[in-house]
Design a binder for this molecule. Structure first.
Ligand code: SF4
Ligand code: SF4
Ligand code: SF4
Length: 305
């Protein structure tokens, strides 16, 4: 069994999540050879005959696209690994700026830019937008998470290598959360830094924007269990993926309206920075952009001009 781990437009956190399996890596390498992984070994090209390629990161430039196409030719199975690969992830937020602004910021605006303003000549050009890998090629499996959590990988990776099937939860983060709904009185939206949430009761009921109801689970509700609202890093819940008229934004507005008895129009006024609060992990996904009620099209147009 030959395994590859590719890095496209991402942060390498997904490969580090594999390394975070610690001693379980020793069991893995007894059954499979890691033949290509730019983060952990010095091999420049994916070889022929890969059995499973884990692709991390989104597609943002022509090099990402070429490398994905090459892997598709050389690997029997491709796994979109992490939310950047599955839905564009945080790399998709680059679409809130124009390509020229991005280029200027990265190569001229940051402290580490060359002091005389020299820009390298071999920078691969941006595509006109970010893409999830599934928007570009056939994908065999999807593993979401930013990055996917250790307990989940400990189940999935050995099964993939052995060719076994697994029954995994298909529920949302709320289904994995141990909080109960407390009294909802004088509800108003709070920012995360305002106050300290009560540990027993639902964060949304307390006014914190928790996306648990619209987010795919399999993380054991890691954030709400640590008193932090879910910000949607596992991507959309299955009902949102399946139903064309369901979108992260409109389902959250509806949920808050039902909870608080406020009209939906009033709830909408309380929401702030919709791109970063609702679509931080999915703005680069065509599946999410194409939904009837999606705000993504407006957000991209508004910000990038
Ligand atoms: S999904 Fe998260 S951890 Fe993985 S590459 Fe993207 S930003 Fe990094
Ligand atoms: S909205 Fe958040 S805090 Fe409330 S039940 Fe769902 S995951 Fe838990
Ligand atoms: S609770 Fe939400 S933000 Fe936290 S790990 Fe799970 S999906 Fe990601």
């Amino acid at each position: 069994m030959k395994i590859a781990i590719e890095e496209l437009a991402g942060c390498s956190g997904c490969t580090i999540a594999v390394l975070d399996l610690h001693e379980m890596i020793l069991d893995l390498v007894e059954k499979a050879d890691i033949v290509y992984s730019p983060v952990i070994m010095d091999v420049k090209e994916p070889p022929e005959g890969i059995d499973i390629a884990f692709v991390t990161g989104a597609i943002r430039n022509t090099e990402n696209q070429e490398r994905l196409n090459l892997l598709r030719k050389r690997a029997k199975k491709i796994v979109a690994f992490g939310t950047c690969a599955c839905y564009g992830g945080v790399s998709g937020l680059s679409m809130l700026s124009s390509n020229a602004e991005l280029f200027d910021y990265v190569y001229r605006g940051v402290e580490t830019a060359h002091p005389d303003g020299t820009v390298p000549k071999d920078v691969p050009p941006f595509l006109y937008r970010a893409f999830a890998v599934g928007d570009m090629t056939k994908i065999d499996y999807y593993i979401t998470g930013c990055p996917p959590k250790e307990a989940l990988l400990k189940q999935i990776i050995p099964a993939l290598i052995a060719g076994d099937t697994l029954e995994l939860s298909r529920k949302s983060v709320c289904a994995e959360c141990d909080r109960t709904m407390g009294p909802v009185e004088n509800w108003s939206m709070k920012r995360r830094y305002e106050g300290i949430p009560d540990r027993e009761h639902c964060l949304l009921g307390q006014g914190y924007l928790c996306l648990g109801s619209v987010t795919f689970g399999r993380c054991a509700a890691a954030c709400p269990k640590n008193n932090v609202p879910c910000h949607g890093c596992n991507g959309p819940s299955l009902d949102i993926l399946r139903e064309p008229c369901r979108d992260i934004y409109n389902m959250m507005v509806r949920r808050i309206s039902d909870l608080t008895d406020k009209p939906q129009k009033e709830v909408e006024k309380e929401l702030y920075d919709v791109a970063h609060t609702m679509y931080a992990f999915t703005i680069g996904s065509l599946i999410m952009e194409d939904k009837e009620n999606s705000k993504i099209r407006d957000l991209i147009k508004e910000r990038s001009g």
